[in-house]
Design a protein around this ligand. Structure first.
Ligand code: 9MJ
Length: 626
């Protein structure tokens, strides 16, 4: 079992984390069954709710099987809240409708600071606070003076599916989707398979408690699920939300049982047999006491400034959270004040969903081109109709490689879903096939590098195609020069990336051989290059002429040829000319050189322009003892 580093809220009175003394084996079957149920539920709770596993999977499984056997032998001992009853019963023909006894609300949305300030002002005014006197153009006015400001409970806005869980005398009796807010669908059989949702509440539960919250999927669980689906040749999901929705919509709960769904509680519906807590934040603490998963990323704040600092802080950490959120939610904390503010149509006046910029949007693929990376890797890139996603306007998105394009079936002209999360390069996540135009065109991978014209090779066991241009490809030149000059290669001190950028961009240097034609004047003319630095660099280039064969071979930057292999090659062939004429068979005789490395060296030396650069370097006086 692996922890997820998220942690739902632990109740103030946390359960013992050590296994209680084993119940004597001679206890009555009924006592043993009860003990097993409690023990299994307790461990599920520690694992799925508190993210704090205690016993190994195998031990859990053994207890589970013992309970199954006991229930099979004594059917009268079977209870509806037994952990063995989570696995999913027979498929349904359709979902029944459920009329919510209290409607499931929707939230008004806010998108910027002003929306938040206005929300706070409306709440303060509605509650008769003096904030109404604040001038409209003064964003943070008297409304934030501590004694007048409204207290809010801030929480995350989970990107999942809203769910209402009905507990009667502490037992889960019904789970219903939101539907239109008045009527939803009965998905009890599916929801019973979600291990984070207790079948039985802990402690003293009220006669009736409806818990509202969100069913969602952790990103790591989603990635694992998609990998599993792909391996089994089944359809993969676009994002965790779609995976959660698709899983809940299954009429066969045995399928849902295999999907890693989770839940966070954030609201209350019907309540009988207990008083409503006075504060929203206290209600959430109460949920945690009952064994329900409540997210710890929440805070009680005052006034608009408190709301906005919560928003900013969560916004900065959004991409590090282990699940997707699409904003934060503010709720007036005092329930009496919530009641005072009431509702407009279906949405409460006392709450606001403050949205983050969407991380996924649809747009169209205008073209697919390839880019050459610094190591020659060829990456297909979708040129997109500009779209505002993840807070910026995006016009390009990576398609990773040819196999990905085939797998996602991306055509030029397609409408696609583009995702940009954090500072990660935007990517095409899926095609909206229903919107494919008749003239959509499939992408054809070029056979020649668009930068240097060298042929593109794709080794059988690799997903990435590469330009074979090596030292002459402009896109690879900078990287090659830096590699050539590094301390462990030709050791040219002072030839850093700023200088290399200028030398290549201004067309002064194309290959490493050109370095040996540089004069002080040319270098001194570069941006931010003092005369003294230019002189020193020329001196470093001079000194580098005298080197060793292994350094020289390493400096060439042949793929798969690191320092150790370069040494082996130098020792084996003794002279550079021997290496230059060696075929794959001869290369395979070198210590530690296998087929991949041998082929890579043969390919490099098979390109005449690479051999030309080597000859130019020798002609420029680069030498070593042979
Ligand atoms: C979400 N989606 O996370 C509410 N929500 O409250 C939170 N949704 C909500 N609260 C009342 N945190 C209606 C919806």
């Amino acid at each position: 079992m692996t922890a997820r580093t998220q942690g739902a809220q632990a109740p103030a009175s946390a359960p013992a984390r050590v296994s209680p003394e084993k119940l004597p084996a001679d206890a009555s079957p009924s006592a043993r069954a009860q003990w097993l149920r409690d023990e299994l539920e307790r461990n599920s709770y520690l694992y799925y709710v508190l993210d704090a596993p205690t016993i190994p999977d195998a031990e859990y499984d053994a207890l589970f099987r013992e309970l199954q056997a006991l229930e099979a032998e004594h059917p009268e001992l079977l209870t509806t809240d037994s952990p063995t009853q989570r696995v999913g019963g027979a498929p349904l023909a359709a979902f029944d409708s459920v009329r919510h006894r209290l409607p499931m609300l929707s939230l008004n949305n806010g998108f910027d600071d002003e929306d938040v300030v206005n929300f706070d002002r409306r709440c303060a005014q509605g509650l008769g606070r003096t904030a109404s006197a604040a001038p409209a153009d003064d964003l943070f006015s008297a409304a934030d003076a501590a004694e007048n400001s409204v207290e809010y409970a801030c929480e995350l806005k989970f990107d999942g599916l809203a769910m209402s869980l009905r507990y009667e005398d502490g037992r889960l009796v019904q789970a219903a989707t939101r539907g239109d807010g008045e009527t939803g669908e009965d998905v009890t059989a599916n929801v019973r398979t979600i291990k984070a949702i207790p079948l039985k509440l802990r402690g003293k539960a009220p006669a009736v408690l409806e818990v509202r919250g969100e069913v969602f999927m952790y990103r790591a669980d989603f990635d694992r699920l998609n990998a599993r689906q792909a391996e089994a040749g089944e359809k993969t999901f676009v994002n965790p939300r779609n995976a959660a929705a698709g899983s809940l919509r299954q009429l066969d709960p045995r399928i849902t049982a295999k999907r890693p769904l989770s839940f966070f509680a954030y609201g209350i519906g019907e309540l009988q047999g207990a008083d409503r807590p006075a504060m929203h934040s206290v209600m959430l603490d109460g949920f945690a006491e009952l064994g329900l998963p409540v997210c710890t990323e929440r805070r009680v704040v005052k006034g608009a400034q408190g709301l906005l600092s919560f928003y900013r802080e969560i916004g900065e950490r959004r991409d590090q959270l282990p699940y997707d959120i699409d904003g934060v939610v503010y709720k007036v904390n005092a329930i009496a004040e919530q009641e005072q503010l009431g509702f407009v149509s279906r949405a409460p006046r006392f709450a606001l969903a403050h949205k983050f910029p969407a991380q996924e949007m649809t747009t169209t693929v205008e073209d697919i081109e390839v880019q050459v990376g610094r190591t020659g890797a060829i990456t297909p890139v979708a040129r997109l109709a500009p779209v505002f996603v993840g807070g910026v306007t995006v016009t390009n998105a990576t398609l990773h490689n040819e196999d990905e394009i085939r797998r996602k079936d991306v055509h030029i002209g397609d409408t696609v879903i583009v995702r940009r999360a954090g500072d990660v390069i935007p990517e095409v996540v899926a095609v909206v096939l229903e919107r494919r135009p008749a003239d959509a065109r499939a992408f054809v991978m070029p056979t020649a590098c668009p930068v240097c014209g060298s042929h593109i090779e794709k080794l059988e066991d690799e997903a990435i195609a590469r330009c074979t241009g090596g030292l002459i490809c402009a896109a690879q030149r900078k990287q090659a020069l830096l590699h050539f000059a590094q301390r462990r290669a030709m050791d040219i001190e002072g030839l850093g990336d700023k200088v290399v950028d200028q030398l290549v961009d201004q067309g002064i240097v194309r290959t490493p051989a050109d370095l040996y034609k540089l004069g002080v004047a040319k270098l001194a003319a570069l941006d931010r290059m003092a005369d003294k630095s230019a002189t020193n660099l020329i001196a470093a280039i001079e000194t580098s002429r005298e080197t060793t064969l292994n350094r020289f071979i390493f400096a060439l930057g042949i793929r798969h040829v690191g320092e150790a292999t370069a040494k082996d090659l130098a020792r084996h062939f003794g002279k550079l000319d021997n290496l230059l004429v060696a075929g794959e068979a001869a290369l395979l005789e070198v210590n530690d050189v296998g087929p991949v490395v041998a082929q890579s060296i043969a390919n490099f030396l098979g390109e005449s322009h690479n051999v030309e650069v080597i000859e130019q370097l020798r002609a420029a006086g680069v030498h070593w003892p042979e």
